[in-house]
Design a protein around this ligand. Structure first.
Ligand SMILES: N[C@@H](CCC[C@H](N)C(=O)O)C(=O)O
Length: 279
């Protein structure tokens, strides 16, 4: 089965054109469920290795260009993914499925996107953020203050002073599974001010269950929190990711129109062999 691997600021995804339903056929022939399929493909060392997997499918509404199914590397379904959106749009553009202005269907709603620089940069308009609230959490050995906001998927954002010293896995996991956010859990972002228009970020991602090099909806959630709380005063907010890329987040004053922009690389194209799923 043909696939492409793309990455946006180091958040990497396997993307498959499933408009003809070939994935279901492949799964049936192997007697495999989609969760196992995703886990095997996304596994580092034994599979392709990726933070998630995206299926491009026919839209429900013909006014849109495609629908996607998005899976985290552990096989769980997520409502939305910012960097994955940018990769999906780049793939769809390369394959001639879309032009430079795109509308596609996700579980979080219809996402609009714009292809820039021949596909090397993609800008997506995320769904309006919701459920913003200040949160104070008691953990086993400490308490932590932060902000919850849903930018398509749930995010907790904590402002810290020494980002490099944060134990993102340990603290991120404790917050991700905290009763406050059950049953869905949350992604967890730690941010530090870098200037009037910039923050640095590290993210623990739900469904990857570890730190990723970047998270688009997390960068967006964090930029909005940073602006609301006066940590930055200018926009677009530049978000310096662990992957090294700077994501640009822009929004209007009432946070109804929110944009995420950054580079996308189509790393390689490949062919998944049955052997991977038979072992
Ligand atoms: N990496 C993504 C977010 C993917 C979904 C997330 N792990 C979840 O389950 O909520 C992004 O770029 O936004």
């Amino acid at each position: 089965m043909r696939f492409a691997k793309l990455q946006g600021s180091g958040n990497d995804f396997v993307v498959i054109d499933n408009r003809d339903g070939k994935v279901e056929e492949f799964l049936r022939s192997l007697n495999l469920d989609i969760k196992e399929f995703v886990k095997k493909v996304c596994a580092f060392h034994t599979g392709v290795g990726a933070d998630g997997l995206i299926l491009i499918e026919n839209p429900e509404n013909p006014e849109n260009h495609f629908k996607w199914q998005f899976f985290n590397s552990d096989g769980s379904v997520a409502e939305m993914c910012g960097n994955g959106s940018r990769c999906a749009v780049r793939f769809a553009f390369d394959e001639g499925i879309v032009g430079k202005e795109v509308r596609f269907e996700t579980l979080a709603g219809v996402i609009r996107a714009y292809v820039l620089d021949g596909g090397k940069r993609i800008k997506v308009q995320l769904t309006p953020p919701k459920d913003y609230r200040e949160v104070s959490l008691s953990l086993d050995t400490q308490s932590i203050e932060g902000y919850f906001i849903n930018t398509g998927v749930p995010h907790f954002v904590a402002v810290v002073n020494d980002l490099e010293k944060i134990d993102v896995i340990k603290l991120g996991r404790a917050i991700r599974f905290h009763p406050e956010f059950q049953p869905k859990g949350t992604n967890v972002n730690f941010i530090e001010r870098e200037g009037d228009d910039a923050i640095r970020i590290r993210t623990y991602e739900r469904g990857v269950e570890g730190e990723t090099l970047a998270c688009g909806t997390g960068a967006t959630a964090s930029a909005i929190v940073a602006y609301k709380k006066g940590i930055v005063s200018k926009k677009p907010v530049r978000v310096l990711t662990k992957g090294g890329e700077v994501l640009a987040i822009d929004f209007d004053n009432d946070f109804r129109e929110v944009f995420l922009e950054g580079g996308v690389v189509r790393v390689f194209d490949g062919f998944l062999r049955r052997e991977l799923f038979e072992c």
